[in-house]
Design a protein around this ligand. Structure first.
Ligand SMILES: [Zn+2]
Ligand SMILES: [Zn+2]
Length: 375
């Protein structure tokens, strides 16, 4: 999703770097690329900004945890894409993180045409779709510009002075000794109101409408990952930008495979003879098959690792996790005559007590592997 460089790579560190190491690496880069020392050098300025951003994220344990888990995509999901609109990177991230974690609203919007609202939608996909990446068509209910009045809310374009605020755009409330001035909610600060509202949108300029949008979900997404679609939110006032659509991914449980980050886990039944003698068997993966080497003398419930058969990494999809196969020795519930003979022979060699053969075959099968207290 992102072509931004890895934060650790920027600082020349690995994921296990301590805060001290991050500070040290940042100080070195900041000294080297500081704009005051490299006047007019755009490359240096870029490197300085890059290092500052990497530092600001990685020294904050909360942001670092999000980055470690979801990469740039995770932060972008909350941030509304790359770039820092005004202020420093750290201010910007503090803002978006606090709104992400429910730390209060975004505050009052400024006067003038307002941009559209952001929409959040939860999208459930299955594990195979998360593995391969997928294209989804998502139904969205959102405010769109009214086609009849082109979003103006009026056909004639005639406006009169707002009655509520007498055209001032603000109303004044008395709170004790203080006069508190706030934006007029009727005209939203414009001081004007429409004299002949459009009958399609009742003067709002916008109507609720359903549509479908196509989304590409990258391979490796996990529950909680945000995929942001800029400009796919609700329509804004005429001339103002649309809001964004924030897709929150939920990956449904799979009946056979479970997942932890990029690692996949599954259980495979094997026979006692496969466990004792060793075998190569074919086992299902999320999208096909792979071969599993069972070493001679494998215990039940031991784990065999198949490297590179796990989930693709969201940040670098060419890197994959591992598949952990837990092999479970299954005791047969029914035996052929020959199988029974061989097992009895084996038990003689083992010199272990087993139940005596019964007359009827069915009885024999039923009681074969039950622990017999009377014998
Ligand atoms: Zn007003
Ligand atoms: Zn209208």
């Amino acid at each position: 999703m992102s072509n931004k460089r890895d934060y650790y790579e920027i600082l020349g560190l690995t994921q296990s770097a301590s805060v001290e190491e991050i500070e040290k690496a940042y100080r070195k880069l900041a000294r080297q690329y500081h704009p005051d020392r490299n006047i007019g050098d755009e490359t240096a300025a870029h490197k300085f900004r890059e290092a500052t951003e990497a530092h600001d994220i990685l020294v904050d344990s909360e942001k670092r945890a999000i980055y470690d888990r979801y990469g740039h995509a995770g932060l972008e999901g909350m941030a509304g894409g790359g770039g820092f609109p005004g202020g420093s990177a750290s201010d910007f991230f503090t803002d978006i993180l606090s709104s992400f974690f429910g730390g209060g609203g975004t505050g009052r919007r400024s006067r003038g045409p307002q941009s559209g609202n952001d929409i959040q939608i939860e999208l459930e996909i299955d594990l195979v779709e998360a593995y391969t990446g997928c294209k989804k068509s998502i139904p969205v209910q959102r405010l769109e510009h009214c086609k009849k009045c082109n979003g103006k809310g009026t056909l004639s374009g005639k406006k009169t002075s707002c009655k509520r605020c007498a055209g001032k755009g603000v109303i004044v409330n008395q709170a004790g000794f203080f006069a508190v001035q706030r934006e007029c909610p009727s005209c939203r600060g414009s001081g004007q109101e429409i004299s002949d509202p459009c009958n399609n949108c009742r003067g709002q300029g916008k109507v609720n409408s359903g549509s479908k949008i196509e989304v590409n979900i990258p391979p490796g997404v996990d529950t909680g990952v945000h995929v942001q679609l800029r400009g796919e939110g609700e329509a804004g006032d005429p001339g103002a930008p649309r809001g964004n659509l924030d897709l929150i991914i939920r990956v449904a449980d799979h009946p056979d495979f479970s997942r932890q980050r990029d690692e996949l886990y599954c259980g495979i039944p094997i026979t006692f003879s496969q466990a004792a003698l060793g075998a190569t068997i074919e086992i299902p993966t999320l999208t096909g098959k792979t071969s599993l080497q069972i070493p001679r003398g494998t215990h039940s419930h031991s784990e065999i690792l198949i490297s590179g058969e796990g989930m693709p990494n969201l940040r670098s999809p060419n890197r994959r996790g591992n598949l952990h196969v837990v092999v479970v020795i299954e005791t047969p519930q029914s035996l052929t005559k020959r199988q029974e003979e061989l097992l009895r022979e084996l038990s003689e060699i083992d010199q272990k007590v087993v139940s005596a053969p019964k007359k009827g075959l069915l009885d024999r099968l039923k009681h074969l592997f039950q622990h017999n207290e009377d014998s």
